[in-house]
Write a protein that binds this ligand. Structure first.
Ligand code: FMN
Length: 205
């Protein structure tokens, strides 16, 4: 297969990795606006624009971290103290947090799952745009993302939901390219006649 040139946009896409080891700076001003605009370029059935990004940075982080810890306590009462502390630290110390709100319209003819997928596609665009601008991030979630009181703080009263959070900043270390699956295991060409099989599924049987 032809390789992408090392400076091509495709090479940039192939070189992205998630990382939660993030330091300042996070993107700001026009750069942040352009990165978030990439999210709004995702495919969106019915042009419903279901994405709602809430940016949490600076002094707002420790206050938001306390809301997260309270939500963890409500949603996962058996979670060990260590886990709560980890959430507190991540949400108060990561340079920027972007909540991935979903403005859902259950009454609309476009199925809710497609509305949610548009938000997910937008989030991926944001992660790619961050990487291309020299920043980094990771998408996280958890039971606390279902907590209605936390969602209210983010302007996401029912039926709106939260797809998780992007933790955002500058990668502390050079991005490590994690092992990636082999493309042949996940791609098949249909011959016009017989059902396809995937190498990945054969291997897992
Ligand atoms: C919807 C969603 C939620 C996720 N939640 C978590 C999470 O809570 N914790 C976590 O470590 N990774 C989570 N991940 C996975 C990471 O974002 C990331 O994809 C994974 O660490 C692999 O890194 P990569 O993007 O470099 O392949 C989530 C991914 C998605 C799409």
């Amino acid at each position: 297969m032809t390789q992408a040139s090392s400076t091509s946009p495709l090479a940039a896409l192939l070189g992205r990795s998630s990382t939660g080891d993030l330091v300042a700076p996070a993107p700001q001003g026009d750069v942040l606006a352009r990165i978030l605009s990439a999210g709004l370029r995702a495919p969106d059935h019915g042009h419903l624009c279901p994405w709602r990004y809430v940016v949490i940075t600076g002094e707002a982080r420790p206050a938001f971290a306390e809301h997260v810890v309270a939500a963890v306590a409500r949603q996962e009462p058996d979670a060990p103290e260590k886990k709560r502390e980890k959430r507190r630290r991540r949400f108060s110390e990561t340079p920027m947090i972007i909540a991935l709100g979903m403005h859902l319209r259950p009454e609309h003819k476009v199925p809710v799952m497609e509305q949610e997928m548009a938000v997910a596609a937008g989030a991926m665009n944001v992660l790619n745009a961050l990487h291309m601008e020299g920043f980094g991030g990771v998408w996280i979630s958890g039971g606390f993302c279902e907590d209605r009181s936390l969602l209210s703080q983010l302007g996401l009263d029912a039926p709106h939901r939260l797809a998780g959070f992007l933790l955002v900043g500058t990668p502390e270390k050079p991005e490590r390219t994690s092992n990636r699956p082999e493309i042949d295991e996940y791609v098949a060409v249909w011959d016009g006649w017989s059902p396809v099989t995937f190498g990945a599924d054969d291997r897992r049987r």
